[in-house]
Design a protein around this ligand. Structure first.
Ligand code: SF4
Ligand code: SF4
Length: 445
C-alpha cells in the first residue's frame, strides 16, 4: 500500500458568494475566480479553467512557492530509517508543568546504558541506503533532559561521528534540550553539534511558571546558554510551549526572542498537549485562540526576519505527503528502556514500538509486522483526507495525537492553509475556512 498523489486534483474553495479560490497544490496553481467559473470547473469544463488560468493566475505564486510536483510515494512494506534518536534517560532537573514524559529529578532510575547505545549506533549506520545520501543524523531526544547524562552524551556523539567517518559518511548531531548547561558543556555543543532546539517558553515570568526548577532560576540558566549560542552564531531554534496562560502573548514572545537572541534560526510554538503531567489539567489553550495568535505571531516573525513554526502550522511552500516522516521511515528512536520506537515524542506510547535492542547478543530486532501495521494505519488515514484542500500540506495529522488524545485540529489546520492562500491572493480571509470541493480534471495545464 502506498500514498498515491494525483496530478489532476484541484480544490475549489468557496471564499465568498461571488469569489472562489481554485487550488491545485501539486501544480502551484492558485486562482481567484468568479463563482460561475467555479461551477464550470466543478462540472469538469476545461475551457473555464483555461480562461480562468489566463485571467487570474498569480505570477508571484509561481516564483515564491517551490512545490514538489512529485509527492513522495510512501510504501508500507519498507523499512528505511533516516535518523537515529536516543533518549538517554527520563531524569530531568526541571519539573515542567506539562511534561509529556513526566520526567523528574532522579525520581526514576531509568537510563539507557552504553552497550545499548553502541549496538543501536552500529545497527543504524550499517543500513546501505545511507551511502546514497552521504549524511547520517543522530539526535538526543525523546525522554528527559539529555545533558544530565553528560558522559553518555559525549561518548555517543564521538562514537557516532567516528563510525560515520569510517563508513565515508558525514555525521550530523542535534538535540532538544532545556538548555541548563554549563559554559563548558555549551562549548562542546558548539564544537560538535550541527544544531540545537532549545526549550524556552518566553520571558522570565512565563518560562519560570511553565518550567520551574528546584534551587535555581530555570529562565536564567537557559537564557545564559541561549545567549552564548547566539553570540557564537551557532544555528539554534527555540521551542516554546504555549499554555492557556501564555497564548495571548505569542506575538510579544516573538519580539522578545528576536530582541534577545540575534541570529535565531526559527521559533516553534506548540500548544500544551494533554499527555503526561498535562493530562486532566486546564493548561491546554483554546485551539481557536492559539490559531489566531499563531497566525499573528507568524506575521510578526516575517516582519522581524524569523520564521515561526508549529507542527500543525502547515506551510504552503512545502508539500507534506504524510504528516509524520518519523513513523513512515520508520525512524529509529531508542527509548530509555532499550525499545525501538518509530515515534520521537518524549516517552512514546508502546503502540509505536517496532523493536528492541538486545545489548547482550549485540543486535537490534525489528518486528516487521508492527512496522507494517503502523505504516498501514497512517496511509489509510491519509487516504480519508483526500477531499481536504489542506491535505498536501498537512498529510493527515500526528499519529500519536490521534491515537492517544481526542484533540481534533482539522478545522484549525484548514484555516492556517486557507489564510496563507488568501495572503498570496491579497484578499482578506473569512473567520473560518470555507467549504471546498475536490475535482479531478483531465489535466491541469
Ligand atoms: S507520531 Fe506525532 S509525536 Fe510521534 S514522531 Fe510523528 S509527529 Fe511526532
Ligand atoms: S486537516 Fe484534517 S482532514 Fe485535512 S489533511 Fe489534515 S488531518 Fe486530514
Amino acid at each position: 500500500m502506498k500514498v498515491a498523489p494525483s496530478q489532476r486534483e484541484m480544490y475549489v474553495i468557496r471564499h465568498s458568494q461571488r469569489a472562489w479560490i481554485a487550488y491545485a497544490p501539486l501544480h502551484s496553481r492558485l486562482l481567484l475566480i468568479e463563482s460561475t467559473a467555479g461551477n464550470q470547473i466543478l462540472s469538469g469544463e476545461m475551457a473555464a479553467l483555461e480562461d480562468s488560468l489566463r485571467q487570474v493566475l498569480t505570477n508571484e505564486l509561481d516564483s515564491r512557492v517551490r512545490m514538489s510536483r512529485e509527492a513522495e510515494a510512501t510504501n508500507a512494506e519498507s523499512f528505511i530509517p533516516r535518523t537515529l534518536a536516543i533518549s538517554l534517560s527520563l531524569n530531568c532537573n526541571l519539573r515542567c508543568v506539562y511534561c509529556h514524559a513526566s520526567a523528574a529529578p532522579k525520581e526514576l532510575d531509568t537510563l539507557t546504558n552504553w552497550d545499548t547505545i553502541q549496538v543501536a549506533i552500529d545497527y543504524f549506520l550499517n543500513f546501505p541506503h545511507h551511502q546514497e545520501h552521504g549524511i547520517v543524523s543522530l539526535s538526543f531526544a525523546g525522554g528527559g533532559e539529555p545533558t544530565l547524562e553528560w558522559q553518555l552524551l559525549t561518548q555517543a556523539t564521538r562514537y557516532f561521528k567516528e563510525q560515520a567517518s569510517v563508513r565515508g559518511l558525514e555525521a550530523e548531531v542535534t538535540m532538544a534540550t532545556n538548555g541548563t548547561m554549563t559554559k563548558e558543556q555549551t562549548d562542546f555543543v558548539i564544537r560538535e553539534f550541527r544544531g540545537v532546539s532549545l526549550s524556552i517558553d518566553g520571558d522570565e515570568e512565563i518560562h519560570n511558571s511553565h518550567r520551574p526548577a528546584v534551587g535555581f532560576n530555570s529562565f536564567e540558566a537557559t537564557m545564559r546558554t541561549a545567549k552564548q549560542l547566539s553570540q557564537e552564531q551557532f544555528p539554534f531554534g527555540v521551542h516554546a510551549v504555549v499554555s492557556a496562560q501564555s497564548v495571548e502573548r505569542m506575538p510579544g514572545i516573538v519580539d522578545f526572542f528576536v530582541d534577545e537572541l540575534p541570529g535565531l534560526a526559527g521559533i516553534g510554538f506548540e500548544p500544551v498537549v494533554p499527555l503526561g503531567r498535562a493530562e486532566g489539567t486546564v493548561l491546554q489553550p483554546s485551539l481557536s485562540r492559539f490559531t489566531d495568535l499563531w497566525l499573528e505571531a507568524r506575521r510578526r516573525g516575517l516582519q522581524r526576519g524569523v520564521r515561526v513554526f508549529y507542527s500543525g502550522g502547515c506551510q504552503i511552500d512545502s508539500i507534506r505527503p504524510l504528516f509524520c516522516s518519523a513513523v513512515m521511515g520508520p525512524d529509529i528512536t531508542i527509548t530509555w528502556d532499550g525499545h525501538v520506537s518509530s515515534c520521537t515524542r518524549d516517552n512514546p506510547d508502546a503502540h509505536f514500538r517496532v523493536g528492541i535492542v538486545d545489548a547482550i547478543k549485540g543486535e537490534v530486532r525489528i518486528d516487521m509486522t508492527a512496522v507494517k501495521r503502523l505504516k498501514t494505519e497512517i496511509i489509510e488515514r491519509r487516504e480519508k483526507c483526500t477531499r481536504c484542500f489542506a491535505v498536501y500540506h498537512c498529510g493527515g495529522e500526528c499519529a500519536d495525537l490521534i491515537y492517544r488524545t481526542s484533540v481534533d485540529r482539522c478545522r484549525h489546520t484548514r484555516r492556517i492553509v486557507y489564510a496563507q492562500l488568501c495572503e498570496f491572493l491579497g484578499i482578506k480571509p473569512a473567520r473560518f475556512a470555507p467549504r471546498a470541493t475536490r475535482v479531478l480534471l483531465k489535466e491541469i495545464p
